[in-house]
Design a protein around this ligand. Sequence first.
Ligand SMILES: [Zn+2]
Length: 497
Amino acid sequence: MDGSGNSLASGPDGTKRKVCYFYDPEIGNYYYGQGHPMKPHRIRMTHALLAHYGLLQHMQVYKPNPARERDLCRFHADDYVAFLRSITPETQQDQMRALKRFNVGEDCPVFDGLYSFCQTYAGGSVGGAVKLNHGHDIAINWAGGLHHAKKCEASGFCYVNDIVLAILELLKKHERVLYVDVDIHHGDGVEEAFYTTDRVMTVSFHKFGDYFPGTGDIRDIGYGKGKYYSLNVPLDDGIDDESYHFLFKPIMEKVMEVFRPGAVILQCGADSLSGDRLGCFNLSIRGHAECVRYMRSFNVPLLLVGGGGYTIRNVARCWCYETGVALGVEVDDKMPVHEYYEYFGPDYTLHVAPSNMENKNSRPMLEEIRSKLLDNLSKLRHAPSVQLQDCPPDTEFPEAGEDQEDMDERNDPDSDAEMEDLKHAEETPRKYMSSNMQSVKVKKENFENEPNNQESHKAGPEQAKGFDPMAEDVPPMKASDKASMAVDDPHKASSKT
Ligand SMILES: [Zn+2]
């Protein structure tokens, strides 16, 4: 991989960034159930690697403040969130109708602590967005990235969509937010939430064709004001690093040039790695991490979240290496001895060789995809030149001394031994939320007229496409009128029932 920068970079790529990292020591204890491929334990394995590679000391480490019900309801339906809050393995037999309605039970099982799991991973992503809004360059939440969750239902191991919530947080400060998804699955939940707005651009690279969730056709490009603001890159089995970046780099370079986002969220789903239990791509960890390196090189505030990843030793390897990339630190291939060392035998190295599987993505196919998508991007109106300096600072948020204050408050004496690894363990201060968000009354637009969406090839009656989640005429920050921001309302107007 060449690791080269790009035309927008404002400094050498090795420049240090102010990086923060969100981790809750409880996260590894949540358990989807026997045989379920989604294993939150991989987050704890990642954390152990970070600790033993000495990477934690280069970042501010935060224990996320759990997202509250009203935080989750900024995107999700009230009744769905209430259901997630109340359902338990013991009571689920009496809730068969609700389970079916909210798509909970099989892929998305009810397990002990389900709601606090959701609060934790969502809290990390929203907390990361808050940090970016207040001066951090990069925020990391490997527990997040659950991109399939919908407004009113669980999907693909995802219950609440932390990414949508984090984007809503970023939109308080930024006129435009870019979402990039390198999970092997289509980032359908995020795309759907912002399908009709030009304030959020979504770009998903995924396996397409007889593969979950079935959406993500190259012809799905957004609707209404959002036309050309959704980008889908359909790929086939066995894609390798070179083929991937033959698309990723020119496409992302063009996206950055024409869309000029104020912040970027990169979903780093590791099921696109070679040898994934559910995936069928052939990316090396360096190839996967090159996406992080490349997006970082634009020097735009960047939120890194996790996502899929089902060969958990490789997930931990990948996200550890990518944390190093975020920090500008090249980590040793030789792995330090640590509590999960035995997972990494027989080589005990960070990197693993990709396989010799066939790459079904022919060069002519890749060229056709690239040229089609670059053509779509050229139709995209250049981003309006809103001067971010015009945006007043968030006065509710205590900038000075905030971290010190939290360090005092947040050392949790009840936490387990791993808290030792949490240098500066603390929660994100979210006091601003109670003063700011509580009073934001959701502006409900009337979206009765479901447009006839000819561009969308998505199936399903609940797709909520054609709703504009943004009141796009309202600037993101108006000194006199902060509470009128309607950006926290994707799909409040739509209803599943
Ligand atoms: Zn996935």
